[in-house]
Design a protein around this ligand. Structure first.
Ligand SMILES: [Zn+2]
Length: 327
């Protein structure tokens, strides 16, 4: 079928060409000329004194940007980006499913994602309920313990995610201000952005934030119908989860109940308390517009440090990196 359509299309185009070939010839030629001109203009810009001057002026800004790119990689490899699991697929590796349905042309739903621990295979009703009450269903079906230990783990996950989000958005604003600083012609940004960034020396982060994602999946018996609810653990979802668990545990009444919940708004509160100033080297956002600040446990959680205001401080990313390397 596909081959037949292709043949018909080719014959049709050849037919048109036999009549209108001069027009086609002119169009193709004009486009080629336009591309050539654009390349010439681009090369002229990249070789211009103005561009070279800009690059040498901002070399320090660029190198700090690239340092933060490396730091993001460190956060990614040392952070915690995982949570509970569903057991619906725990033994799926023991079985093989073959799709024998004739409707399998577009959709191979018979092979449900049983193998993944972050997918819960369930009824349509549960999938729908999960979309209405994602936090409640996440906790219930992915065996998220309502214990203080687990709450602390989730807060750790929340901190890793938020540190990454913070650092990545910091990089983006730095890239924007570098671009504004150089202000290249529009066609450079539109057609040669990658080359522009390379020439400037920016190492651009291609990775995205590894948000843990949990899915409730329903696949009908015939394999034709399927519905999925996805719960992505970004900062707002994590904060909601933390508050939900805290409410369930009611830890405020317990012995260790003096601590605050490590949510985005609490971290912001600490930074605000410290006037957005690093408590070690005293650099602040007044000194550096794009300063990347983080909230640090003075006594690390791993050594029994609590998430209480007295044990938290604002640090710039450089001091925080040096401190955590020593811990
Ligand atoms: Zn500092």
């Amino acid at each position: 079928m596909q081959i037949l359509l292709t043949i018909v299309a080719v014959v049709f185009i050849l037919g048109l060409l036999s009549t209108y070939w001069p027009i086609a010839f002119i169009l193709v030629g004009a486009y080629g000329l336009y591309r050539l001109l654009r390349i010439l203009l681009k090369n002229r810009y990249f070789n211009s004194e103005e561009f070279k001057k800009h690059i040498s002026e901002i070399s320090e800004v660029v190198s700090e940007h690239n340092e933060i790119t490396g730091y993001v990689d460190e956060i990614r490899s040392s952070g915690k980006f995982d949570l509970g699991h569903s057991e619906t697929g725990a033994q799926s590796h023991l079985a093989t499913t073959t799709n024998a349905s004739n409707f399998g042309y577009k959709r191979d739903r018979n092979v449900a994602t049983f193998g993944a621990s972050n997918v819960h295979n369930t009824s349509l009703q549960v999938v729908r309920n999960a979309s209405a009450e994602p936090i409640k269903y996440l906790v219930k079906y992915f065996n998220v313990d309502t214990s203080e230990e687990n709450l602390a783990e989730i807060e750790k996950l929340g901190e890793s995610i938020s540190r990454l989000e913070n650092a990545v958005s910091n990089l983006k604003t730095r890239e924007q201000s570098i671009t504004i600083e150089i202000s290249p012609p529009k066609f450079i940004l539109k057609h040669y952005l990658k080359e522009f960034q390379e020439k400037v020396g920016l190492s651009i982060l291609e990775v995205s934030i590894p948000y843990p994602s949990y899915k409730f999946e329903y696949v009908s018996a015939g394999g034709n119908s399927s519905q999925v609810t996805e719960v992505k653990l970004n900062t707002p979802t994590l904060d909601a989860l933390i508050e939900y668990l805290a409410e369930k545990i009611k830890f405020k009444k317990s012995a260790a109940g003096q601590r605050a919940l490590m949510t985005a708004s609490f971290r912001e509160k600490i930074k605000n308390r410290d006037s957005y100033t690093c408590q070690i080297c005293s650099v602040s956002i007044q000194d550096e517009e794009h300063l990347l600040l983080e909230v640090d446990h003075i006594k690390p959680v791993s050594k029994g440090g609590l998430s209480i205001e007295e044990n938290l401080q604002t640090l710039c990313w450089k001091c925080n990196r040096t401190k955590s390397n020593k811990e």
